[in-house]
Design a protein around this ligand. Structure first.
Ligand SMILES: NC(=O)c1ccc[n+]([C@@H]2O[C@H](COP(=O)([O-])OP(=O)(O)OC[C@H]3O[C@@H](n4cnc5c(N)ncnc54)[C@H](O)[C@@H]3O)[C@@H](O)[C@H]2O)c1
Ligand SMILES: O=C(O)[C@H](O)CO
Length: 324
């Protein structure tokens, strides 16, 4: 059995595959594979482990209908035509839960960095502007005791809520498609309509998947409905906010600041205005980028591949309906 891997994944997951006798081809070049190149490789293999690949659409799955499994090295599966994979009988797997803490920590890091103006202050020292500090100078604001609004209180949103409630005593409000009663019981989270959450939160963190419903959910009108002193954080997908609207809101001081781990497109161009703004911080999509978490993600992906190759149900299935 042969698996094609389109990027370099941790040795941890690779070892699981090799120890099980799977023949591995891994694309180690820094040049990203085109959709056509990925299809050509997949045609020579029984399974595909994808750490982000453009064009996993209806045509891809039609041309690669022989694949016994496609294992994503991510929890998110936007950009993958799941219905088309299911139609071709291909199980898709992902890596849920193992990255909750790392991604929630990234959101928290962005919240703190923006609230305390950390990047601006770092640049100030670099410019030689660390003079006599005045007690009224370079002030940020406390997260402690403030209201955190979470849009999408699923696995990662709940982890962030837990951290912020337990360690910062933040009040948690949320908007989700359905009520999350466990979270309400565990950390007193309060569900509210989207508009009410916008107006009530000192910090808003986005944790929904990117779907037709959530694309462009945050535009200028939504930023205007937020408190003028509020922070916007997005570690979900860049498509959930409208970037030109965010830039306008930040320039006009409509909101206090923004922290982004995700942008649209990725990678962000080096001349993007957000990179020069003192009230914005951008990370290059590193939510799950810790050694421990990436090892665990590679384990999940390898286990999905092995189960798929054996014709067994995937341990972390995205489309369980494929089993009928
Ligand atoms: N920055 C990163 O590196 C990184 C890492 C992991 C995940 N992510 C992103 O985070 C997303 C969330 O991951 P998760 O594991 O917590 O997923 P999840 O499915 O557990 O949580 C998503 C939540 O959003 C809710 N939701 C969906 N559509 C909604 C809508 N229109 N309005 C309100 N709520 C809605 C769902 O009900 C669910 O509770 C992923 O889809 C991925 O895009 C990013
Ligand atoms: O969805 C995910 O898991 C991340 O965004 C990719 O690492």
């Amino acid at each position: 059995m042969k698996v094609f891997i389109n990027k370099v994944i941790p040795a941890y997951g690779l070892r699981l595959l090799k120890e099980a006798g799977v023949e591995v081809t891994m694309w180690e070049d820094s040049a990203i594979l085109s959709r056509e190149e990925a299809i050509a490789f997949c045609k020579q293999h029984d399974a595909f482990l994808s750490a982000g690949q453009a064009g996993l659409d209806e045509g891809f799955f039609r041309q690669c209908s022989h694949l016994k499994v496609v294992a994503l090295h991510s929890v998110g599966f936007d950009g993958v035509d799941i219905a088309a994979a299911t139609q071709q009988g291909i199980p898709i797997g992902n890596t849920p839960n193992v990255l909750n803490k790392a991604t929630a920590e990234t959101a928290l890091l962005l919240m703190l960095t923006v609230a305390r103006r950390a990047l601006f202050l770092h640049r100030k020292i670099k410019r030689g502007e660390w003079g006599v500090s005045q007690p009224t100078q370079d002030l940020g604001f406390d997260l402690a005791g403030k209201t955190l609004g979470i849009v999408g209180l699923g696995r990662i949103g709940s982890e962030l809520a837990r951290m912020c409630r337990q360690s910062w005593g933040m009040k948690i409000v949320y908007h989700n498609r359905s009520r999350n009663y466990e979270a309400e019981d565990e950390f007193g989270a309060t569900w509210m309509p989207f508009e009410e959450l916008l107006a009530s939160s000192d910090c808003i963190s986005v944790h929904t998947a990117l779907t037709q419903e959530t694309r462009g959910l945050f535009g200028y009108e939504q930023f205007k409905q937020m408190k003028p002193g509020a922070i916007f954080v997005n570690t979900a997908r860049g498509g959930v906010h409208c970037e030109p609207d965010l830039i306008r809101a930040l320039r006009e001081g409509v909101i206090y600041g923004a922290g982004l781990d995700v942008t649209d497109p990725e990678p962000m161009a080096p001349d993007n205005p957000l990179l020069d703004m003192d009230n914005a911080v951008v990370f290059p999509h590193i939510g799950s980028s810790t050694v421990e978490t990436r090892n665990e993600m590679s384990r999940c992906a390898a286990e999905n591949i092995l189960a798929g190759l054996r014709g067994e149900r995937l341990p972390y299935p995205v489309n369980p309906e494929v089993y009928g």
